[in-house]
Ligand binder design. Structure first.
Ligand code: GLN
Length: 485
């Protein structure tokens, strides 16, 4: 039996029929990790012993009665979601030895289902980046082509799923960090509606934008994981108290009655031609399955990079003030007084990109500049939100590329932060507006690099996104085996 032939849903069936135990499945994943991860760097921490204990527990749970689909399924978790007694570094030296005394709500929910957490994945430091190259503990590699980026900031999560080191992963998406690495690694990644999934225990980057979501190999698996993590949580004041639908029930073939808008601003001349071709073929597929395709406009899209890179760093500068060498995290051992401790702990603990964001954010929030930057950005953010409302008057969801290009060689833009920021142009708006988005694989470039199709919808339209994504997947049946089988 070959691990690579199974989705999470299929593995769940093997577990429930007794063909496989959770311990066996987990052992297989751990073997895969030890074989490929030295090269792929999907993980910062691999919890072999803990995973096997959880798997034994899952097998016990199954013996004792009815269990959910995630019981005994090996998962990986981005290293900024708190896991009790398991190191959570946020990809930063400043939290190198931080071991949370509690579980994030999403982790608690996964554990209640009997899921097995095999380890914590590599990511850009504090989720700031688009290639995972700012991680202090190794850089994940694209499993489709040697020497190429995995995307970011949740690069390790995407790689671990694409390379069959885990059956699904949780990441966080503040400006594209789930959808973009999913697209670059040829898997499914969803950013749910802001408020759909609890952020309690997610290390805050930009609190008004952050959202946790799943990485999976199929849309059906995405529905299963989303089901497990969604729902109201009194511990997160922004989580929304609204019933969670049955996400698997919406996975049906045929798109009659669905209107899909194509935002013209997402198809500019800077869009790579091969990416455009695959995305347009994907849109034609949706048409052939019954969807009505209409043109729409999101006229303020061009401002989203400028707005995001004021709003996100501003919130980050405030959120990251807690890493001061006093409360917790790295403390510079050679400082003589309080001010030196602050200064040296932060200077030596944070990497260059995080410092750049803190400086940008502190500047745009400071008196005299607040009106010109932060307030102005907030106003333009409202215009971006209105663009979506208007577009959704004429269509149910939007279809577009996820990233303007396929994955690029490691190191290519590392000296040019602006070039990297610009690559986020197609994903940032969804976070600014709080709407959900999913990336589903739609094809490959000639060089063999995956291309994703992005679907965005109104608040709480996850069911429609899953249904349309499911139709893309069923209509294409793309290869899933990377170089690391
Ligand atoms: N690439 C964006 C940034 O660097 C988004 C990151 C994210 O979604 N966490 O901020």
């Amino acid at each position: 039996m070959d691990l690579d032939d199974f989705s999470l849903a299929e593995a769940a069936k093997l577990l429930s029929s007794g063909t496989l135990t959770a311990v066996e499945l987990t052992t297989r994943c751990l073997q895969r990790i030890s074989r490929v991860d030295e090269e792929l760097h999907a993980f910062i921490t691999i919890d072999e012993q803990g995973a096997l204990q959880q798997a034994e527990h899952a097998d016990e749970m199954r013996k004792n009665g009815e269990v959910g689909k995630l019981c005994g399924i090996p998962l990986s978790i981005k290293d900024l979601i708190a896991t009790r007694n398991l190191r959570t570094t946020c990809g930063s030296k400043i939290l190198e030895h931080y071991v949370p005394p509690y579980d994030a709500t999403v982790i608690r929910r996964l554990r209640e289902e009997g899921a097995v957490i095999v380890g914590k994945t590599t990511m850009d430091e504090f989720a700031m980046g688009s290639t995972s190259e700012t991680c202090a503990f190794g850089v994940p590699r694209n499993p489709w082509k040697k020497g190429y980026v995995a995307g970011g900031s949740s690069g390790g999560s995407a790689v671990s799923v694409a390379a069959f080191e885990s059956f699904a992963s949780l990441g966080s998406d503040t400006g594209g960090s789930i959808r973009q690495p999913a697209a670059l690694c040829g898997i499914v990644g969803m950013k749910p509606t802001y408020g759909r999934v609890s952020r309690y225990g997610l290390t805050a980057f930009a609190s008004s934008l952050d959202q946790i979501g799943p990485f999976t190999r199929t849309v059906e698996d995405c529905a299963i994981v989303l089901q497990a993590i969604s729902g109201y949580d009194p511990l997160d004041s922004t989580s929304v108290n609204r019933p969670v639908p049955d996400y698997s029930a919406c996975l049906v073939e045929g798109l009659d009655g669905v209107t899909i808008g194509i935002p013209k601003e997402y198809f500019t001349s800077s869009l790579n031609k091969e990416v455009e071709k695959e995305v347009r073929l994907g849109i034609e597929l949706l048409r052939s399955r019954g969807a009505k395709i209409v043109d729409v406009s999101l006229p303020h899209t061009e401002y989203c990079v400028a707005v995001y890179y004021i709003v996100a760093p501003s919130e980050a500068s405030s959120n990251l003030a807690r890493y001061d060498g006093i409360h917790y995290g790295f403390r510079d051992p050679n400082s003589q007084n309080l001010i030196e401790t602050y200064k040296n702990s932060r200077s030596n603990g944070f990497g260059a990109e995080v410092k750049r964001r803190i400086i940008l954010g502190t500047y745009s929030l400071s008196s005299g500049y607040y009106d010109a930057y932060y307030r102005k950005a907030s106003q333009v953010r409202t215009l971006i939100v209105r663009d979506y409302h208007r577009a959704f008057e004429t269509c149910d969801i939007l279809a577009s590329p996820v990233v303007p290009t396929a994955a690029w060689p490691l190191g290519e833009n590392s000296e040019d932060p602006l070039a990297v920021y610009l690559s986020d142009i197609l994903t940032l708006s969804a976070n600014l507006a709080g709407v959900p988005g999913i990336s589903v694989p739609v094809g490959f470039t000639e060089a063999g690099l995956p291309v994703g199709l992005q679907l965005q919808g109104p608040h709480f339209s996850e069911e429609v996104l899953l249904k349309v994504g499911f139709n893309v997947e069923k209509g294409l049946s793309l290869p899933k085996r990377t170089l690391y089988v």
